[in-house]
Design a protein around this ligand. Structure first.
Ligand SMILES: NC(=O)C1=CN([C@@H]2O[C@H](COP(=O)(O)OP(=O)(O)OC[C@H]3O[C@@H](n4cnc5c(N)ncnc54)[C@H](O)[C@@H]3O)[C@@H](O)[C@H]2O)C=CC1
Ligand SMILES: CC(=O)[C@](C)(O)C(=O)O
Ligand SMILES: [Mg+2]
Ligand SMILES: [Mg+2]
Length: 351
């Protein structure tokens, strides 16, 4: 493992340099990787592994939209695309990439195919960590490993095609064969990760649930709405409010942060902006800190898992979820956004 200094803390991580793709191919050459579920992570990981020369098959319900999507992506029924049980039987490594609620529902089925020496792979610490609630307790004679790409399966695939990659965490819950660790790292490299950092299943799920409920998705949407509302209530147009809240952030400022950090983004803004941002940053931190602490507590106590399982296991969960997403879609801020995006130069018809 490479020792890298992360802001003064030295961590041991796996880089693509020390664990190149050739090594991953060598480790996995006799394995059949069965990807169970073809939702968001499934396609991203499966296609990257396939393009990297790993032997991959897909397990997916036949009467589903994603079965057709798998065919469109080049998976062949009876050759590389199977019903879930058949794929689970054929796989030596089972990548369990159903939704977290789906994993609970299908566990009794999948468990049957976990014969000694196989590996069970997750991209989330959820099922194992909250085992009292999920009932997912693998047999002792299989490897139980995790690789969790830090981002959407859609980005995992897009970045791979662009010659880039997302970073992933990896973890070993059980190394029954003694090959578990190498299997996990090889798969992490194979799915197209940037570098890999080690974690455990509990830390993975605690950080993941906090991140997506927090700055990555929940907090950012909430803070967008709050600022947008303030501007609108004070007479600003949707155009002005949206540009000043979202468009400028995604189009101009966050790419600068991604490239070279927050201080560099600040340095490329006016001294007026820098003065104000430095003055207000602490206020926002202090106002949200209690919310983040409450969120972490809700994750660690299992409350978030309980709510997710309960709501996502209801037969009509998709209808309800889609209604909520539609409300978000139809809200003024995101409708204004649609209009703003349509006016981007690259979205204008060529003259
Ligand atoms: N969405 C993402 O980009 C990320 C997801 N993850 C993790 O990866 C895993 C998979 O997540 P997603 O790809 O988002 O899943 P998803 O919500 O897209 O569902 C994946 C598949 O599960 C199938 N499914 C759901 N319930 C089922 C059931 N009862 N029986 C049979 N099939 C069922 C669906 O047909 C779909 O093909 C989860 O553990 C998630 O936390 C990790 C990192 C990012
Ligand atoms: C994309 C990702 O890693 C998330 C936000 O944690 C998820 O989709 O669960
Ligand atoms: Mg995540
Ligand atoms: Mg997540």
């Amino acid at each position: 493992m490479a020792k890298i200094n992360f802001g003064g803390v030295v961590e041991e991580v796996v880089t693509r340099e020390e664990f190149p793709l050739d090594k991953a191919r060598e480790v996995l050459k006799d394995e059949t990787v069965a990807i169970i579920g073809y939702g968001v992570q499934g396609p991203g990981q499966a296609l990257n592994l396939r393009d990297n020369g790993i032997n991959v098959i897909i397990g997916q319900r036949k009467d589903s939209k994603t079965w057709d999507k798998a065919i469109a992506d080049g998976w062949v029924p009876g050759v590389t695309l199977f019903e879930i049980e058949e794929a689970a039987e054929k796989g030596t490594i089972i990548q369990y990439l159903l939704s977290d609620a789906g994993q609970i529902a299908l566990w009794p089925t999948i468990k049957k195919y976990l014969t000694p020496g196989k590996a069970l792979y997750f991209s989330h610490g959820f099922g194992i960590t909250y085992k009292e609630q999920t009932g997912i307790i693998p047999p002792a004679d299989v490897d139980v490993i995790l690789v969790a790409p830090k981002g959407s399966g859609t980005s995992l695939r897009r970045l791979f095609l662009a010659g880039k990659g997302l970073n992933s965490s990896f973890a070993i819950h059980q190394d029954a064969t003694g090959k578990g660790r190498t299997r996990a790292i090889a798969l992490g490299i194979g799915v197209g990760s940037g570098y890999l950092f080690e974690t455990d299943f509990r830390k993975e799920v605690y950080s993941d649930l906090t991140g997506e409920r927090g700055t990555l998705m929940g907090a950012i949407a909430g803070i967008f709405e709050a600022q947008y509302n303030t501007l609108r209530r004070n007479g600003h147009s949707p155009s002005e409010a949206f540009n000043e809240t979202v468009e400028e952030l995604t189009q101009s400022l966050m790419p600068l942060v991604a490239e070279n950090g927050m201080d560099w983004m600040y340095a490329n803004c006016s001294t007026t902006a820098q003065r104000g941002a430095l003055d207000w940053k602490g206020r926002f931190r202090d106002a949200t800190q209690p919310v983040f602490d409450e969120l972490y507590e809700s994750v660690a106590s299992g409350k978030e898992a309980e709510r997710t399982i309960k709501l996502n296991s209801q037969p009509d969960y998709r209808v309800k979820l889609e209604a909520e997403l539609k409300t978000l879609h139809d809200s003024e801020i995101w409708q204004a956004g649609q209009a703003v995006r349509s006016l981007r130069p690259e979205n204008q018809p060529e003259k």
